[in-house]
Design a binder for this molecule. Structure first.
Ligand SMILES: Cc1ncc(COP(=O)(O)O)c(C=O)c1O
Length: 404
């Protein structure tokens, strides 16, 4: 985007600029301070929490925990919640806390968000891909991966999955697959790391319960972020972890407590200022994640529809180059397009320089070398007019370059 500033970019999964808060950040901070006073805090003591170091598990767990219960049916006790520096830190901490021996393997839905595979690489963890399907993940493939690990004297410790509109695949896990995944997790004794970054984009009335809301046996570690429902610059995320993990001395301790201890060695605590702003925003929306994200969810739904309609119009009609297909996600930011040619850096260069349109090659999201003829289009950063013009350019590019 830096090299081709004039190009229309379907690359970033960044929030639309119109969704950035228009209110003064001080107002949100004041709202949170009022909340602390309402709960009995001394005003001067409350004010000082913004400027001092804070508890490593976070300051605003009460506000976030109540919202998770009310909006998503995720019952979480305050001691099960850790506020993190984005979902990214949550992923790193969770992997670090759960993976104790080299025999443990992380399974991931393939294609996969690079944030989790990158964190796994940083920790030298072995990762095994399991295909993402239209219904969620390939449960037979996952069961096979568990068996193969066992036969090799190893074990699948956890599966990473984003059930509500994955990045980059755009898939959504069916309710039946959610239930069967939880049964498999119990049978094969692994945990599920649920990333809920895009759940809020489901159309009104079409929401499915997060895995954590269906989890009766403490199999699910739920990771969330305020990057999309509020704004990414705050760098505030959270993790619900109601499991116990083994300690060196043969005992166990709560996973959330372990995460908080690890966090003291990584970021010490999430910025109290950022937490106060986010909690204040949430409180201004009645303490509801759904209310906080309602306008954004509508905007992204409109954009996604605009993107698939433009693809239908430009690349679905007679005369369009053959062999181009795309999926139709019901939410999230991303559409995946299948091309009849390799979608590599060279093709992207041509697309940017000659046709003024950018996209993301999909091969980097696959762990098994697949996806080299796919591209990811993000609808989040553009307006309808930009999306339509971008797809027109994409169609011109594909028509000319694929045929010639
Ligand atoms: C799947 C997924 N998880 C999490 C995040 C957000 O992470 P963070 O809160 O660290 O910004 C993103 C952002 O792109 C994402 O795509």
């Amino acid at each position: 985007m830096g090299r081709f500033p004039e190009a229309i970019s379907f690359a970033p999964g960044a929030p639309h600029p119109d969704t950035l808060p228009d209110a003064d950040l001080q107002r949100y901070t004041d709202r949170y301070l009022a909340h602390l006073r309402e709960r009995g805090a001394d005003p001067e003591r409350a004010r000082r929490t913004l400027f001092e170091y804070g508890p490593s598990r976070g300051l605003v767990g009460d506000v976030v925990g109540e919202a998770l219960g009310r909006d998503h049916g995720i019952a979480c006790a305050p001691e099960d919640l850790v506020i993190t520096v984005g979902a990214q830190e949550a992923m790193l901490l969770v992997l670090r806390a759960l993976f104790a021996s080299p025999g443990q393997v992380l399974a991931v839905a393939n294609p996969c968000f690079v944030g989790i595979t990158g964190a796994a690489r940083l920790l030298d963890l072995d990762v095994v891909p399991v295909d993402e399907t239209d219904q969620g993940v390939d449960l037979d493939g996952l069961a096979r991966a568990c068996r193969a690990a066992r036969q090799a004297g190893r074990s699948v410790r956890a599966l990473y999955v984003a059930p509500d509109f994955s990045n980059p695949g755009g898939g959504r896990m069916s309710l039946d697959c959610r239930h069967r995944l939880l049964e498999l997790a119990e049978r094969e004794d692994f945990l599920v790391l649920e990333d809920n970054a895009y759940g809020f984009t489901a159309g009104a009335g079409t929401e499915l319960p997060p895995l954590k809301a269906l989890d009766t046996r403490r199999r699910v570690v739920h990771i969330g972020t305020f990057a999309k429902v509020a704004f990414p610059g705050a760098r505030v995320g959270y993790v619900v972890a109601d499991q116990r993990v083994a300690t060196g001395g043969g005992g166990t301790r709560p996973l959330a407590a372990e995460l908080a201890t690890l966090k003291t060695m990584v970021t010490v605590n999430t910025s109290p200022l950022a937490q106060a702003v986010i909690a204040g925003m949430l409180l201004e929306h009645g303490g509801s994640l759904v209310e906080l994200s309602r306008r954004k969810a509508e905007l992204y739904q409109r954009n996604l529809t605009a993107l698939t309609e433009a693809l239908d119009e430009q690349l679905g009609a007679a005369g369009a180059p053959p062999g181009i297909t795309w999926n139709r996600p019901e939410g999230g930011f991303f559409v995946r397009v299948q091309l009849p040619v390799r979608a590599d850096a060279h093709l992207l260069e041509v697309s940017a320089a000659k046709y003024g349109v950018l996209w993301t090659p999909m091969d980097q999201f696959y762990l098994d070398g697949a996806g080299d003829t796919q591209i990811r289009l993000s609808c989040s950063y553009l307006d309808r007019a930009g999306i339509e013009e971008g797809v027109r350019r994409l169609a011109a590019f594909l028509t000319k370059e694929i045929r010639s």
